[in-house]
Structures are given as structure tokens and as C-alpha cells.
Design a protein around this ligand. Structure first.
Ligand SMILES: N[C@@H](CCC(=O)N[C@@H](CS)C(=O)NCC(=O)O)C(=O)O
Length: 210
């Protein structure tokens, strides 16, 4: 498979984790978001909303939207499962926690949105904007997950953990203190101890400039 990805993109990070967890071989095509490559005609023809990631399947099909790609991968390679299959309530709860980051935090903190906020105000306001949405998201996620499991909902990482780890990367990047959420810090550490999460880390990508 081919993954159009940017090393620091949290949505790309989510998909990289899943590809590694499921042992799917892929090649990375780096999309330089800082240079604006996502808005080029060639890339927009693949991904009309002009964001990463985009997955090209082995059959040559194009899949956009990180959550749709994760769903595809979870069905293509069922084990390890990213979402519970038998317990429908638990499945919805895991999905709901993941969506705190995927649909409440990420969209308002996306590069193009923060650029607009900065344009209307200044750099410091843009950073405070991101920090505020992240803090609200971490507090909500912390309240939604199970209380006494190694990962957010069980003994193995789920979609919720994938979204948490990617969002936590952005929190570290933008100076959001996670110490008010010791459970989330513990889960992040347990995830990052796993080879799949290590391989997917932004700083381990070939387009990393860190
Ligand atoms: N909802 C989309 C969002 C994709 C997206 O916009 N990703 C960010 C990087 S995390 C991006 O490419 N931003 C480009 C921009 O804002 O110009 C997804 O989950 O795939």
C-alpha cells in the first residue's frame, strides 16, 4: 500500500500506528504540509479536502479520511481488532472516545484553521486556541474511558488509544501539560513501549526534520 503522510500530522500518525499494529506493509509518500503540497492540483485530485493521510490500497483504490482508513484496515486485517466486535455498547464507547480527538479537537486545531486564527489575531492566540481545545478534549477523553485497564478500554490498544497517542504528540509539541491526567500519561507510555507505536512515531519518519 501507499500512504500519503506528513511526519507531524496526527491524522497520519493514527494510520501509521494501525498499519504497524496490523503488520501491513506500506510505502510512505511524504506530503510537505508546511510547503503547502496538500493544496497542489495533483494531491487535491487524490484528496479533495486537501489533507493527509490518503491511502492507496494494493488494488489501487484511493481512501481518504483517517477514520475511514482505520475502519478499512480494521476490516481488511481483523486482528488485532481496533474496535470490539461482539459488545456493541463497548464498541460505541470506544468509538466515542476516539471521536473526541477525531471530530471535536482535530478539526478546530488543523493547520488551515489555526492559520486563520493567527491571521485574525497573533501567534500566541493561535497557540492558546490549540491548547484550550486540547485540554477540553483530554478532560473529556479521561472521563469517557474505562478506569482500571492497561489501555483505554482493555488489555490491548484500541482505536481510542491510537487517537490518544497521536493527540498527545501534539500536546507535547504545543506545551499542553498532561500531568492532570495521570491515567492518560500511563496509557500513552504503555502504547509507546510497543514496537508498532514506536515505528509510527513522527520522529521516526523519513520526512522528519527533528
Ligand atoms: N478529517 C481528516 C483531516 C485531514 C487533515 O486535514 N489532516 C491535516 C494534518 S493532521 C492536514 O493535512 N492539514 C492540512 C492543512 O490544514 O492545510 C482526516 O482525519 O483524515
Amino acid at each position: 500500500m501507499k500512504l500519503y503522510s506528513y511526519w507531524r500530522s496526527t491524522t497520519s500518525y493514527r494510520v501509521r500506528i494501525a498499519l504497524h499494529l496490523k503488520g501491513v506493509a506500506y510505502e510512505t509518500v511524504a506530503v510537505d504540509l508546511v510547503a503547502g503540497v496538500q493544496a497542489s492540483d495533483d494531491y487535491a485530485a487524490l484528496n479533495p479536502i486537501k489533507g493527509v493521510p490518503t491511502l492507496i490500497t494494493d488494488e489501487g483504490h484511493v481512501i481518504t479520511q483517517s477514520m475511514a482508513i482505520l475502519d478499512y484496515l480494521d476490516h481488511l486485517v481483523p486482528n488485532p481488532a481496533l474496535l470490539p466486535r461482539d459488545d456493541l455498547t463497548l464498541r460505541a464507547q470506544v468509538l466515542a472516545a476516539a471521536m473526541v480527538f477525531a471530530t471535536d479537537v482535530h478539526p478546530v486545531n488543523n493547520l488551515k484553521v489555526v492559520k486563520k486564527v493567527r491571521g485574525l489575531s497573533d501567534e500566541a492566540t493561535g497557540i492558546a486556541w490549540m491548547q484550550d481545545w486540547m485540554r477540553q478534549g483530554f478532560a473529556a477523553f479521561d472521563a469517557l474511558i474505562a478506569r482500571d485497564t492497561p489501555f483505554s478500554f482493555g488489555d490491548t490498544p484500541s482505536l481510542a488509544d491510537i487517537c490518544l497517542v497521536a493527540q498527545a504528540y501534539n500536546a507535547h509539541r504545543w506545551g499542553v501539560d498532561l500531568s492532570p491526567y495521570p491515567r492518560l500519561q500511563g496509557i500513552e507510555a504503555r502504547c509507546l513501549a510497543l514496537p508498532a507505536f514506536q515505528a509510527a512515531k513522527p520522529e521516526h519518519q523519513k520526512d522528519s526534520t527533528s
